[in-house]
Design a protein around this ligand. Structure first.
Ligand SMILES: [Fe+2]
Ligand SMILES: [Fe+2]
Length: 139
């Protein structure tokens, strides 16, 4: 079973973004746990729908923050979110065609990759930009 237990390299330093990432990872771990436990099998679809809803909400949080910070890669990042949500919906639509392990691997790779490779560097930059704006206001 794949279980994301450490958040090392997955924190942006922006509390709301980090707490939403942790919540999504927690849900993902729960989905993986349910996949392995036959008695909860019927609840997997519900959990994946919940995960998708939270993911859509989280993407919105990030996009609002990007717009507010004046980030130039907002559109590019939004397209990556669109791809992430589309992939999640595709997994949901094809649940019966995948093995449980496939589902776990797809989700884990997809989310970890986006957070570590895309979100963390981008939002570290955003955090620094927001801090600079804040510092200017103080002076
Ligand atoms: Fe994110
Ligand atoms: Fe993102």
């Amino acid at each position: 079973m794949i279980k994301i237990t450490e958040t090392l390299g997955m924190l942006t330093g922006i509390p709301q973004i980090d707490s939403e990432h942790i919540e999504l990872i927690g849900l993902l771990n729960l989905i993986n746990e349910y996949i392995l436990t036959d008695k909860y099998r019927d609840q997997i679809t519900t959990l994946i729908i919940l995960f998708t809803t939270k993911l859509v909400r989280h993407c919105h949080t990030e996009e609002v923050l990007l717009v507010n910070s004046g980030c130039t890669s907002t559109v590019e990042h939004s397209l990556k979110h669109r791809d992430l949500v589309d992939k999640t919906i595709t997994i949901l639509e094809n649940l019966n065609k995948h093995t449980c392990n496939d589902i776990a691997v797809l989700f884990e790779e997809m989310l970890r990759e986006h957070i570590k490779i895309v979100d963390v560097p981008l939002f570290e930059e955003v955090r620094n930009e927001l801090q600079k704006k804040k510092d200017k206001k103080v002076c």
